[in-house]
Write a protein that binds this ligand. Sequence first.
Ligand code: 3PY
Ligand code: MG
Length: 258
Amino acid sequence: MRINNVKKIWQEGKPAVGAWLSIPSGFAAEVMAHTGVDWLCIDMQHGCIDYSDVVPMLTAISTTSVTPFVRVPWNEPSVIMKVLDAGAYGVIVPMVNNRAEAEKAVAACRYPPAGIRSNGPNRALLYGGADYQQNSNYELACVVMIETLEGIKNMEEIVSTPGVDAVYIGPTDLALCLGLPPVMDNDDPKHVAVVNKVLETCKRHNVIAGIHTGSSKFTQRFIDQGFQMVMLVADRSAMSSFVKLEVNRLTGWTPAKP
Ligand code: 3PY
Ligand code: MG
C-alpha cells in the first residue's frame, strides 16, 4: 500500500504543514497541491464542498505526493467510510466531546476486528494499492478535533483513546466556547492556556497535536512549540488576500465596491 507520508513525518518526530480546501474544484486542489505543503484537507464541514466535489479533488491531489485528508461534516460513520473509500488518507472529525465519540470516529476508520468499517474501497484501492485492506488500518490517520467545552473537560480521555492518531484544535470554535470572539490566531491567555494543555496532554500520551492557523506567524509559533500537524493557509483566504493586496497597490484608480 502507498504509505501515508504525513504519518511517516510524524514518526520521524517532524511537523507536517498543511493547507485547507474550501473551494469545490479539482483544479484548485491541484494548484494547492503544487505549493510545497505536506498535506491538504478538503473541508466538507464548512467548505462549499459535497461528496461529488470530494472525489475529483482527491483525484487532483493524487497527481502529487501530498497526503489527502477530508474533514467530514460530523462524526458520522457512513460519511467517514465514504471519504476513505474515495481515497482520503486521513479524516478530521469535528467537535469530538468525549471518549465514546472518539471511539466512534476511530471505529469508522478501521476494518474489523479493529473497527466497524465496511469493505468497498473503490477508488482507495487504485490510489492505495492492491493490499489496501491489509494495511489501511495502520496507514490511515484518524484525527479528532477538540473545540468544545465538553471536549476540553474530557481532553485526557479523548487524547488517550486507542487509535486516535492526532488531536486537532479548531481555534475559533474553541474561542467561542470560552466566551471569546471567534478569532483564529488567538493570543487571549484563556485560549493560549487550553492550546498549551492540549499540546501537553498529547505529548504525554504520544499522540500528535494539531492546530489550525491563519498565518505563517502562528504556524511557526506552533511548530516551534511542538505541534506536528499545523494548517498554514486556506485556499479562499489565500486567493482573497493576495488579490486584495495587489488591488490596493495600484494608484490613480479606485477599487470597485463589491
Ligand atoms: C475552528 O476554528 O473551529 C475550526 O474548526 C478551524 O477550521
Ligand atoms: Mg471548528
